[in-house]
Write a protein that binds this ligand. Structure first.
Ligand code: HEC
Length: 132
């Protein structure tokens, strides 16, 4: 029964990791939740304003423009699926922001002129938008 003992050890490790992330103050162990740094968030806001995401999206912190062609991005860290299709993870969100149709074929959001680093900062800003 060596293999089942090993299985138990793995389960115990996973449980311990889950418990430690609760203790360290993460919102929860779910991968869609993470706490971006303030520096990344402010760079993200600059990129959002430069790129004009607000012409199609309502985004808290962006006063103008406040377009309605795309969905509101308020409380984005609570969104389960990006554009109803993709698991809401930092890497996928950044990739979607850069080139939505490449990640979600048929998406009506056009590719955006941001660098990969800017897209990651924008993702950080969006994850920083708590709905509560
Ligand atoms: C020309 C209009 C337009 C612009 C500009 C635009 N978007 Fe979008 N965006 C959309 C549309 C339309 C959708 C819905 C796409 C879909 O469902 O495939 C969308 C979807 C999204 C989503 C997924 C929303 C959800 O609720 O799942 C995110 C995140 C997003 N956009 C971020 C951005 C960011 C960040 C920028 C600026 C870099 C930006 N968008 C610029 C039109 C736009």
């Amino acid at each position: 029964m060596v293999s089942s003992d090993r299985g138990k050890a793995i389960v115990a490790t996973v449980l311990a990791l889950g418990a430690s992330s609760v203790v360290s103050g993460c919102k929860d162990p779910v991968q869609t939740r993470y706490e971006p740094s303030d520096a990344a968030k402010s760079r993200g806001l600059v990129a959002i304003e430069k790129t004009g995401c607000g012409s199609c999206h309502e985004i808290p912190g962006v006063e103008w423009p406040r377009g309605r062609l795309g969905p509101s991005l308020a409380g984005f860290d609570d969104v389960g699926l990006i554009a109803g299709k993709l698991p809401n993870r930092p890497g996928l969100l950044a990739a979607f922001i850069r080139n939505a149709p490449a990640i979600k074929p048929g998406s009506t959001m056009p590719p955006m002129p941001v660098t990969d680093a800017e897209a990651q900062d924008v993702a950080s800003y969006l994850y920083g938008l708590d709905s509560d």
